[in-house]
Design a protein around this ligand. Structure first.
Ligand SMILES: [Zn+2]
Length: 333
């Protein structure tokens, strides 16, 4: 596709728009409202989490079943992704391509063979740790622990089976170890820059560089507490673009994308944020706080904001989704 002639509106409409991770509560019934908002906002693809370390690991299977049933019943609007060809088909047919990811290798219950099982069920991405250290290695709120022997085994199995290795929520050392272990490009699907805003859920430049060196992509994310300090009135789009600018200067625009982490905040989610303090330490997540998810409908405005800053259509199209699709193809096919 020659994108050079498009105006800003055409560029968004013609591009693959890839959300590398949304943050809906991985519970049944699944959050259909949030998924529908992502579709209507004009995204081509979204990866939705179906399980994380905070909940019992086997709940993941119920959530996968919930998504598979919903997507199968709504084929006029959605396509369950098994390959990049499905994403391209969704674009042609005006549907939303939906893939599934897991946050935390606790979902493997110590069994390496579950990687292939999850793959067969439609999972295409796993981030290894959810904030707190687990059997795979160190989380971003731990003591900078690196990867464990089991974590290395999981990376190799994911490379073999064809899943995206995701270094989000990991400790600095952990994500760098993952990049060094993987034989395929890795991603950091939804993490802003710690050089811009020093929150431990954000990543240092060294982590972004290690990811990019594999050929991978870092996704900028839309949660206010990871974008700036409380009380800052800078607009959401300005804060997102500031992170995109930073990563583009650091590693080049071909290694930058979007991972919105978008979800409508449910009561169950708010209660869990306040109560599971080992995963969300109150000093970093003010108790009971709404984390401040940027509305999914805001993300298309990134196109015009980047264009106004002088980014080429080719670079913008890559940031909107072409870059993440390239890395998915290298892993999934
Ligand atoms: Zn996450």
């Amino acid at each position: 596709m020659d994108v050079t002639q498009f105006n800003v509106d055409e560029l968004f409409q013609k591009s693959i728009v890839w959300d590398a991770h949304c943050g809906m509560d991985p519970q049944v019934p699944i959050d259909v409202n949030s998924l529908e908002r992502i579709r209507k906002a004009g995204f081509t693809f979204v990866s939705t989490n179906v399980g994380y370390d905070v909940l019992p690991w086997h709940d993941t299977f119920s959530v996968i079943a919930g998504y598979r049933k919903f997507l199968s019943d709504n084929k006029d609007k959605y396509i369950l992704v098994s390959s990049v060809a499905d994403v391209l088909a969704a674009k042609r047919e005006g549907k939303l391509a939906v893939s599934m990811d897991i946050e935390g290798v606790s979902a493997l219950d110590g069994k390496i063979e579950l990687v292939e099982t999850y793959h067969r069920l439609g999972v295409r991405q796993i981030s290894f740790v959810y904030n707190k250290d687990n059997a795979g290695g160190g989380g971003c709120h731990g003591a900078n622990t690196g990867i464990t022997p089991f974590g290395r085994e999981v990376v190799r199995e994911m490379n073999r089976v064809g899943l995206l290795v995701d270094g989000t929520h990991c400790s600095p050392r952990m994500s760098i170890d993952m990049a060094e272990t993987s034989s395929k490009p890795i991603i950091i699907s939804h993490s802003n820059s710690r050089a811009l805003h020093d929150h431990p859920r954000n990543i240092w430049n060294e982590q972004a560089v290690a990811c990019a060196h594999t050929g991978g992509v870092i996704g900028v994310t839309g949660i206010r507490i990871f974008l700036t300090k409380a009380g800052d009135n800078t607009s959401d789009i300005e804060l997102l673009v500031r992170n995109i600018d930073h990563y583009c200067e650091l590693v080049g625009p071909q290694h930058v994308g979007i991972g919105t982490d978008f979800a409508e905040i449910t009561n169950a989610l708010s209660t869990r944020f306040a109560n599971a303090t080992d995963y969300w330490p109150p000093e970093h997540y003010p108790a009971g706080a709404n984390l401040g998810f940027v509305d999914i409908e805001m993300f298309p405005q990134i196109t015009a904001a980047l264009s106004a800053r002088g980014y080429s259509n080719k670079d913008i199209s890559g940031i909107l989704g072409g870059n993440f699709m390239r890395v998915a193809a290298a892993n999934w096919e």
